[in-house]
Design a protein around this ligand. Structure first.
Ligand code: URA
Length: 192
């Protein structure tokens, strides 16, 4: 299966009840040859309305960090979420909803074969790195699993609530740039 076919299937997903309340499935966006993938928690209201990840206030902040290290959704990364549909009133997704949705992300990872996955926030890190991942202690560290380097940084929404933590996230992006230079082939040279 190719990435576009996966997307078309995902857009029609009815594997959990969130399909009855969503406006749009938020499959993810970016380039399909990305070596670096970002994974957030799940769509909020703006994302649900537009069908795109990280387009609200936290998305704007994320874009600033991305730009600081020469990354952008149009050029060299892919951004997705653990859960593809917005839970009503932004409640936390239920375990059934996480579990129903994870195969979409697993398939995205399998097809994309990223070299690096950056978890945005604790929830993504606990699903993708380790269930007891401690975001404030372990953000910015890299671990290799099945040939992919995983790291986590603070969720941009958390940075909007605690602006004094922004320098911590900035350091994570600087460390990410170094890791990209070490393990990626074309992220910083433009051509695939
Ligand atoms: N927060 C997330 O985790 N994901 C989005 O797409 C938007 C906000």
């Amino acid at each position: 299966m190719d990435f576009e076919t996966l997307k078309q299937q995902c857009l029609c997903c009815e594997k959990c009840n969130l399909c009855t309340t969503r406006t749009n499935v938020v499959f993810g966006s970016g380039v399909s040859h990305a070596e670096v993938m970002f994974v957030g928690e799940g769509p909020g209201q703006n994302e649900d309305e537009q069908g795109l990840p990280f387009v609200g206030r936290s998305g704007k902040l994320l874009d600033q960090y991305l730009e600081a290290v020469d990354l952008s959704r149009d050029k060299n990364i892919f951004i997705a979420n653990i859960v593809k549909c917005r839970p009503p009133q932004n409640r936390d997704p239920l375990p059934d909803e996480w579990n129903a949705c994870m195969p979409w992300l697993q398939e995205q990872i399998r097809l994309l074969q990223p070299k690096i996955i950056v978890c945005l926030g604790r929830v993504a890190a606990q699903r993708l790195i380790r269930p007891d991942f401690a975001i404030m202690k372990e953000h910015g560290q890299f671990v290799e699993k099945d040939g992919i380097w995983y790291t986590a940084t603070l969720h941009p929404a958390a940075l909007l609530r605690n602006p004094n933590r922004k320098p911590l996230a900035f350091e994570d992006f600087v460390a990410l740039r170094e890791k990209i230079q070490e393990v990626c082939q074309h992220t910083y040279v433009g051509e695939v």
